[in-house]
Design a protein around this ligand. Structure first.
Ligand SMILES: [Zn+2]
Length: 292
């Protein structure tokens, strides 16, 4: 991932002797650039510079602000061994864009690996505050596989390690497209599914792709968006096993919609994608990224 140095000027800073925790915050402001935060902290609070080490903006841009080696000013009593990450936005009121969730997750994954950090906390876990806000999607931002705790046993996570083939099968009578990383599941599909082979490669480090099933229509749907998945479950869809995950950067898997049958289709094949759009399917953009 790319971290942009915001090049902010700092007064005197002290070196942090331990790095055991990451603490996440929101800016409590809908728009917050590195310069805004610098101004709020220097002019507003008289600090040596921006208190957070990193800022994750809504568009997914990640900035380094306070030098990573320095003691931060973001969570009183916990600055001595923690890195502070601020997320642009007011997550008492707003909903975090998916791009920002993914960028935050990448940054946290990178910092955890770099320092061997196991503890990621919200500001309110260490102080009496509502930061980073009631709507902050903590599980999604923090987890290697987000949302798994929320799901409970609703969705069984069974994702292979490394990169692996995701198979595709098709059931013509309901216009259903079936995807799975489980070769056993693929082989065991009923006869009314035609096996179409490997659709793309999955990864073991991105967002889980939820697989949902509409028993009335006999159709599956796939999404990395937890809210979309849970809304479908509320609407009567069944949440099925998660068998593959996406890459943060990779080969786009396009999502198209057939307004006649109500079916969604997902393909990493650009020529198939454009042929379907030409044939009247609705282009719904990039659903997730495949490893290959
Ligand atoms: Zn905070």
């Amino acid at each position: 991932m790319r971290v942009i140095d915001a090049n902010l000027p700092f007064g005197s800073l002290s070196r942090r002797s331990a790095t055991n925790r990451i603490i996440v915050h929101h800016a409590e402001a809908s728009t917050a650039s590195p310069e805004d935060i610098q101004r709020w902290h220097v002019e507003g609070r008289g600090w040596a510079g921006a208190g957070y080490h990193f800022l994750v903006r809504k568009d997914g841009t990640v900035y380094s602000m306070r030098p990573e080696w320095a003691i931060g000013a973001h969570a009183e009593g916990s600055n001595y061994d923690s890195i502070g990450i601020c997320f642009e936005g007011d997550y008492m009121r707003e909903k975090m864009p998916q791009t920002q969730i993914l960028a935050g997750r990448d940054l946290i994954t990178m910092l955890k690996a770099k320092y061997g950090i196991e503890t990621v906390l919200r500001h309110k876990d260490v102080l009496d505050t509502n930061c980073p806000g009631d709507n902050f999607p903590f599980e999604e931002v923090v987890g290697l596989y987000p949302n798994t705790e929320k799901e409970g046993d609703l969705i069984r996570i069974d994702i292979p390690t490394g990169t692996y083939p995701v198979y595709r099968a098709y059931r013509a009578d309901t216009d259903d497209h079936f995807l799975t990383a489980s070769e056993a599941e693929y082989e065991a599909l009923p006869e009314n599914y035609s096996r179409e082979g490997v659709a793309f490669m999955g990864a073991d480090r991105g967002s889980v792709v939820y697989r949902l099933y509409n028993p009335n229509a006999g159709q599956h749907h796939y999404t990395v968006n937890y809210d979309e998945a849970s809304n479908l479950v509320k609407a009567g869809w069944t949440a099925e096993t998660v068998t593959f995950a996406d890459m943060r950067y990779g080969k786009p898997v396009y999502r198209v919609y057939n307004p006649n049958t109500g079916a969604h289709h997902f393909t990493a094949d650009e020529s198939e994608w454009s042929a379907l759009v030409d044939a009247g399917w609705t282009n719904e953009g990039i659903a997730w990224q495949a490893a290959d």
